[in-house]
Design a protein around this ligand. Structure first.
Ligand code: ARG
Ligand code: GLU
Length: 716
């Protein structure tokens, strides 16, 4: 007994490991600054986040909705990742001016190009509004009543916060609704592309190297924020001028050593660090493996066809990249969780939680039922979750079904319109017309995917969990996916560009025709089944889980008073701190914490899709023409690993040294460490950072755009 208690205590004291956490910048003073200083930080909390004085936060940008960027000049110049600027670069590319392949460099401000719909957001202030949001809720309020009170409070507070200003605001829940914070932000709408390396440099290593260490790509691109003459956000205009920021990040080219303090400041998207053992078991043993297996089948089919034809390769390039990105992430995550014995660790923690409340009747009363309830919800939720996985990763992985799904939405809206209801039929129709479903479509590839996915569906989903129409179709064809696929594809209009677009162009006329289309028929049965028999219960359970998690967090805070808690990532501004750090991925292997240009030449495969190296870079390597960017051994540094806790959305985030100088741009995590979205393993979880010296080298020596460096504050 003593023994187990001892090990349990050990586990709990280890639950916030060094370097874990994505902290709230406005709470650093109260929570982290001592620890940060102990680890080497030379700044004050005020220099990192302040409302009244200029601080680092004024140079951190949420870029294009899902990424981060940093301001590096007093003329609004920003650095982000190549993969964050990718769609902007692609938007400006044509066959003649192929910026994806050749790179792009504005040689003066007149050559910088405006990109529609590209936004840059800067946080003005963050405020704890928990009490105000929950005002009016009483112990006897029903769940529905609580919801409506919270909603209306939020609406009023958001409006109040920005009345009479040009700012925007939003309120988000933290810790499952135990806390609420208000964000006042300034969003710039005129953002122009300044520079991007060729993909052979920015995306060197492609999917093979994605999520992997050692890494060798310069994943950066350069943009500039423009404002009106009053330095305020404005729609694009030729009269706009470069934005004058409140703060500019200095750039250090002095390098770093293993063990040096690092800090990442950015907008991490989503993590779930406080899940129960039931949830982690579901993710690691069921959901991740299923999604990985389904995506693997789909990717293999796409890949085979892409290798056969250039047209297919180009059509499927970005679809493939995005399917592959999370396929690989989930695979790393489930392996990492397994190797770390994550479920057992969660169970031990739950035992510890139970023991901590056992001597206190009040706590027992409040939390005693928590785990049994979670267990009960998850028993049901995991079945629904599997259904949802089959929906999005199997049935809707078939493009024909996915396209037809859009038409089911249109049909519903049309019916409403015909009944005279005020609805959005016309706008939805216009939106779908713009989407160009067939740009990235190849019928023979989709036929193969359809057959493979139907096969998986038949094997994996019991008859009782299938929409009746689909089940009958399967039975009528004796479970023969090939027969089903042949029938569907020879009788549908959804797989031929001309026919499908003709339907869209004259939608009301085709009503009967597409209703007799087998793909439409099956798809609408699927959509109907899911929206009546799966999604409502799924959402109901999610809500219940959220309530239980809310209670679980309260309990943890009450019972483990010494532990510091950070809220899960929710696309809001966070600080993660750690150190430059290498790791040992497996027995007998130890990685270095940095890579150099030498490694690019080692990986070089002439004319390869992923590992070709541009001639100019090979020349610079041959001459060792690295300028001031070489390290002390005369090598050109490329990337490094650190122990900062990051996730999707941290792409493009600045990585600072102890003095608040930029040493790199965050762009990925290591494969062994992608589990950190659910559990942070200090031995394995690393973020991957582009060394700013390689960024500057590419701008200056490779692209000949060194004039940009004149704007920057270089610390030599
Ligand atoms: N894994 C990185 C992230 O999650 C990079 C993705 C883009 N690069 C790629 N090769 N698909 O965003
Ligand atoms: N590449 C990711 C992004 O776009 C960052 C990698 C991660 O998930 O940590 O945000």
């Amino acid at each position: 007994m003593k023994q187990t208690l001892l090990t349990l205590t050990l586990i709990v004291s280890l639950t916030i490991k060094a370097d874990e956490g994505m902290w709230l910048p406005q709470l650093l003073n109260a929570m982290n600054i001592k620890d940060m200083k102990k680890n080497g930080l030379k700044l004050t909390a005020e220099q990192i986040y302040s409302v009244n004085k200029s601080s680092l936060k004024d140079a951190i940008v949420q870029f294009a909705g899902g990424c981060t960027a940093e301001i590096v000049s007093n003329q609004g110049l920003i650095l982000t990742n190549h993969h964050c600027g990718y769609s902007a670069i692609a938007y400006h590319s044509t066959v003649e001016k192929d910026y994806l392949t050749k790179g792009f460099w504005a040689m003066n401000k007149n050559e910088e190009v405006y990109t529609p719909n590209l936004n840059a957001t800067i946080i003005q202030r963050i405020e704890d509004v928990t009490a105000k949001v929950l005002k009016g809720i009483t112990a006897t309020s029903t769940e529905a009543k609580k919801d409506s009170i919270i909603k209306s409070n939020i609406k009023i507070l958001e409006k109040e916060a920005v009345t009479g200003t040009h700012y925007e605001s939003f309120i988000k829940p933290f810790f499952y609704g135990n806390e609420y914070y208000l964000f006042v932000v300034e969003t710039f709408k005129d953002v122009r592309m300044v520079g991007a390396p060729p993909s052979a440099i920015g995306k060197f290593g492609g999917e093979t190297d994605n999520w992997m260490w050692p890494r060798h790509n310069a994943d950066f691109s350069v943009f500039r924020i423009y404002a009106n003459k009053d330095n305020k956000p404005a729609e694009y205009s030729a009269d706009n001028v470069p934005y004058k920021p409140k703060n500019v990040i200095p750039i250090s080219i002095k390098g770093y050593n293993q063990g040096d303090f690092t800090m990442v400041y950015g907008f991490p998207g989503r993590t779930q660090e406080y899940l129960s053992s039931y949830a982690v078991d579901m993710v690691m043993n069921e959901s991740d493996p299923l999604k990985v297996a389904l995506r693997e089948k789909r990717l293999n089919i796409m890949n085979a066809d892409m290798l056969q034809s250039d047209a297919v390769r180009i059509a499927y390039a970005s679809k493939y990249a995005s399917v592959a990105n999370y396929y690989k992430k989930w695979k790393g995550e489930m392996n990492g969780l397994k190797n770390y014995d994550a479920v057992t660790k969660k169970q031990l923690f739950e035992q510890q939680f139970n023991e901590a409340m056992s001597s206190d009747p009040a706590k027992k009363e409040k939390y005693g039922n928590l785990f049994p309830q979670l267990q009960k919800v998850y028993a049901e939720y995991r079945i629904l979750n599997k259904q949802v996985d089959y929906y999005s990763e199997c049935l809707m992985a078939i493009d024909a079904f996915n396209y037809a799904r859009f038409y089911t939405t249109l049909t519903n809206e049309l019916r409403k319109k015909q009944k005279g209801a005020n609805n959005t039929f016309e706008t939805t129709l216009a939106e779908y017309k713009k989407m160009g479903f067939f740009k990235n479509f190849n019928k023979p590839t989709d036929i193969k995917i359809c057959e493979a996915m139907l096969n998986e569906y038949i094997k994996g989903v019991p008859s009782s969990n299938r929409p009746f129409v689909l089940d009958s179709f399967i039975l009528a064809n004796n479970n023969d996916a090939k027969k089903m696929t042949d029938f569907l594809y020879s009788n549908t209009n959804f797989v031929d560009k001309e026919k499908a677009e003709a339907m869209l162009n004259d939608f009301e006329k085709y009503t009967n025709l597409y209703e007799r289309d087998p793909v439409y028929y099956i798809t609408s049965a699927i959509v109907k089944y899911y929206s009546t028999s799966v999604f409502p219960q799924f959402q109901y359970d999610e809500r219940e889980i959220n309530e239980l998690q809310k209670l679980y967090i309260q309990g943890q805070k009450e019972m483990f008073k010494d532990k510091k808690f950070y809220p899960d990532a929710n696309s809001t501004l966070r600080v993660a701190y750690g150190k430059v750090n290498n790791y040992k991925p497996k027995d007998g292997v130890e990685y270095k914490h940095y890579t150099t240009l030498d490694g690019i030449m080692e990986k070089y495969v002439p004319n390869d899709e992923e590992f070709d190296v541009p001639e100019k870079l090979r020349d610079l390597y041959a001459k060792k023409d690295y300028g001031p960017y070489a390290d002390k051994n005369g090598k050109l540094p490329v990337a490094f690993t650190a122990s900062n806790h990051t996730t999707g959305g941290n792409s493009g985030s600045p990585v600072f040294n102890a003095k608040g100088e930029l040493i790199g741009t965050n762009f990925d995590r290591n494969w062994e460490g992608t589990m950190s979205d659910i559990m942070y393993n200090p031995n394995q979880c690393r973020n991957i950072v582009l060394d700013v010296r390689y960024t500057l080298f590419v701008i200056d020596k490779f692209a000949g755009a060194g004039y940009l460096l004149n704007e920057m504050k270089l610390v030599k």
